[in-house]
Design a protein around this ligand. Structure first.
Ligand SMILES: [Fe+2]
Ligand SMILES: [Fe+2]
Length: 237
């Protein structure tokens, strides 16, 4: 379990001064439908879980990273919203799903009454979350990248037949624990993983996740922090 993500309480349903809240976004029927469709599409394509579990986790981690670094509360809530909506575009196509999700998010957030200066920040973060074309270009986008790329866990594997696991299934299934810790004083963001090396070698992790870890390092640097990767208590980055 990614422990840090569970710490933040959900906010009030109605935000102060009519602000669109993360709770409103989570309850929205269109958001629920988009995320359901995205997860169904990716299941058909053989991907790991990308449903409400992933959305909620990424949302919580992104929000908590910014709060731990002393960033403004509203900025952290916008990161939570971006985190929750970031993979909706998979309901249209895996290809360029970050761009599609950003545009879908715009329709939802405008309908809920979010001002343009806020939803453009959310769109920009969502549109930059994939390693093929994304970059940390704002605190919200950096937090979203760190939240998304740190979600590697056995609960994401759908395949029930270990003999049929691909490398993504093996690495996720072998991941017993993933935990993002932020030390605001020391300015470090650490991803701690526990990998069962009987199920997957650490080298397999790097084979598929090296580009993601480089993206995390850049995102942490954008936030003025050093990124550290610890696997089975060994510091690897
Ligand atoms: Fe994605
Ligand atoms: Fe994701």
């Amino acid at each position: 379990m990614t422990g840090m993500a569970r710490e933040k309480k959900t906010g009030d349903a109605a935000g102060p001064a009519g602000r669109v809240t993360i709770d409103q976004v989570r309850r929205d029927p269109e958001v629920k439908a988009f995320i359901k469709k995205a997860d169904e599409n990716l299941e058909q394509l053989g991907y790991t879980e990308h449903g409400t579990r992933h959305a909620h986790l990424v949302s919580s981690i992104a929000e908590n990273i910014l709060l731990r670094l002393g960033r403004p509360q509203r900025e952290a809530e916008l990161a939570a919203i971006a985190g929750y909506l970031h993979d909706m575009g998979n309901g249209i196509s895996r290809l360029d799903h970050g761009i599609a999700a950003a545009l879908l998010a715009q329709t939802v957030l405008r309908r809920l009454g979010m001002p343009v200066e806020e939803y453009t920040e959310v769109m920009c973060a969502i549109g930059n979350h994939e390693e093929e074309y994304g970059e940390a270009v704002s605190p919200i986008s950096a937090a979203l990248i760190l939240g998304d790329k740190s979600d590697v866990h056995k609960s994401r594997v759908r395949n029930i037949e270990p003999a049929a696991f691909d490398i993504h299934d093996r690495v996720n299934f072998a991941s017993q624990k993933s935990f993002v810790s932020v030390d605001g004083g020391a300015k470090t963001i650490t991803l701690e993983l526990e990998i069962d090396t009987a199920g997957s070698q650490v080298m397999e992790y790097f084979e598929i996740f090296l580009s993601r870890m480089v993206m995390c390092r850049r995102a942490a640097e954008f936030l003025g922090c050093r990124f550290s990767l610890v696997i089975n208590k060994s510091i690897l980055m």
